[in-house]
Design a protein around this ligand. Structure first.
Ligand SMILES: Cc1cc2nc3c(=O)[nH]c(=O)nc-3n(C[C@H](O)[C@H](O)[C@H](O)COP(=O)(O)OP(=O)(O)OC[C@H]3O[C@@H](n4cnc5c(N)ncnc54)[C@H](O)[C@@H]3O)c2cc1C
Length: 385
């Protein structure tokens, strides 16, 4: 059976499904190929910043949070920063941080796509891509002919490898979920430095549970599970019964897409679009999916620009954030710098909330502008006093 469509999207995580929903809304034909069947698990801390929440609301044309609240499992305004087990500073932030369980969140988005009569083939493990002829063969009987290909099959993207792109620098994270009653103040979002090299550990509210995890720049010399078990022990948690899961996440540069076909783009983790300091990927997954869809729509209208050029142009500001963050990553996770921050941050509640509100909740400053952020903070503080 031969099927014709404008765009094929590989992977129905947040990157792929946001591309699909956006195309569907614009009336552009598309098909999503997904190897799993929803609901499916995805290892993730589930932290959703305010900028990410706005992306979800925009994508789904939600008028208020209540319209999408069933995709979320928790919320907090309390942030605590720790160095090893010592609390350095803590604050309340202006915009709440929300949390999702990915099996619930991703399934919610897939359902929204299906409600718009989107076409998704789930459980597809045997597709073959011919990106010259622009066709994908599934099993023995289905051939999909497409104009544009959006590759969104995650951090270890098999499609990226098949099409000959270079892998991005990877990070590795492990996590577990434990009942809320086991930890003190389980509704605080906690970040711990000094637990793992070139990374951090976290305790995030997650519904009836908390998600405890850690991760950073990948090194084969780190025993991630053992490091997490020791961290759990330090928190006073009996780690023996904890089920620990791990996964890769891009944690450095975006993938160079220059060599690939002009009708193919890589989105989300497959394209290396993840914050290289905090590992926040949901914002970039949704952004890149939405921008990939916009590029499909525009390239149909503007014949002189290729799909990939339009996409790279749309994604340039986000690639810049990642580039500057990657430069800072080396400084941020350096042991000497961390002891400096530890001293400087102690008790700086108001700076932490300014930093969180302006750089983590929203990218009002880029990672190249930390000094400007600090001087603006001091100016505002002076004005208020
Ligand atoms: C432990 C951990 C904690 C994290 N915590 C956070 C956090 O708190 N906040 C945050 O913002 N980000 C977090 N991230 C990052 C975030 O999870 C990712 O950036 C995000 O999931 C990327 O979305 P995606 O759609 O690109 O990829 P994915 O979510 O990985 O989706 C890819 C999809 O493609 C499918 N697929 C894979 N291979 C194929 C194939 N060959 N054919 C068809 N389909 C395929 C998969 O089944 C999956 O459905 C975390 C990551 C890890 C590992």
């Amino acid at each position: 059976m031969d099927i014709k469509t404008d765009a094929v999207i590989i992977g129905a995580g947040p990157a792929g499904i946001s591309a699909a929903i956006s195309l569907q809304k614009a009336g552009v034909s598309n098909i999503v190929l997904e190897k799993s069947t929803f609901p499916r698990e995805k290892t993730c801390g589930g932290l959703v910043t305010h900028k990410t929440l706005k992306k979800v609301m925009g994508l789904l044309e939600a008028e208020c949070f209540d319209d999408i609240s069933s995709a979320f499992c928790d919320v907090s305004k309390k942030i605590g920063i720790y160095f090893k087990s010592e609390r350095s500073t803590g604050t309340e932030v202006s915009e709440a941080v929300r949390f999702v369980r990915r099996e619930q969140f991703d399934h919610f988005l897939v359902r929204k796509y299906k409600e718009q009569c989107g076409t998704i083939y789930e459980g597809v493990k045997d597709h073959k891509i011919d990106n010259v002829e622009k066709k994908i063969t599934i099993g023995d009987d289905r051939i999909i002919h497409y104009k544009y290909l959006v590759v969104a099959d995650g951090a270890l993207s098999h499609t990226r490898e098949t099409l000959g792109y270079k892998d991005p620098k990877q990070g590795f994270c492990v996590e577990t979920h434990i009942p809320k009653g086991v930890v003190t103040d389980p509704d605080e979002v906690r970040i711990y430095f000094g637990i793992i090299k070139k990374g951090y550990a976290w305790v995030f509210p997650s519904g009836e549970e908390v998600c405890v995890g850690l991760g950073g720049v990948y090194s084969k010399d780190i025993d991630y599970t053992d490091t997490l078990r020791r961290f759990l022990n330090d928190l006073g948690i009996d780690e023996k019964s904890c089920k620990i899961k791990g996964a890769f996440v891009p944690y450095g540069e975006v993938v160079d897409q220059a060599s690939g076909s002009v009708d193919t783009v890589l989105a989300g983790d497959a394209g290396g679009y993840v914050d290289p300091i905090y590992g926040e990927g949901l914002f970039f997954a949704l952004t890149s999916g939405i921008e990939a869809a916009k590029a499909v729509i525009s390239s149909g209208e503007l014949s002189d620009s290729s799909f990939k050029d339009l996409y790279m142009e749309n994604m340039a500001p986000y690639a810049d954030i990642i580039k500057k963050g990657y430069k800072l990553q080396k400084v941020f996770f350096n042991g000497v710098a961390q002891s400096f921050f530890k001293k400087k941050m102690r008790g700086k509640d108001s700076f932490l909330s300014y930093y969180f509100d302006n750089l983590i909740s929203e990218y009002n400053y880029s990672y190249g502008e930390i000094r400007r952020l600090y001087s603006d903070y001091k100016k505002e503080k002076k004005k208020r006093s």
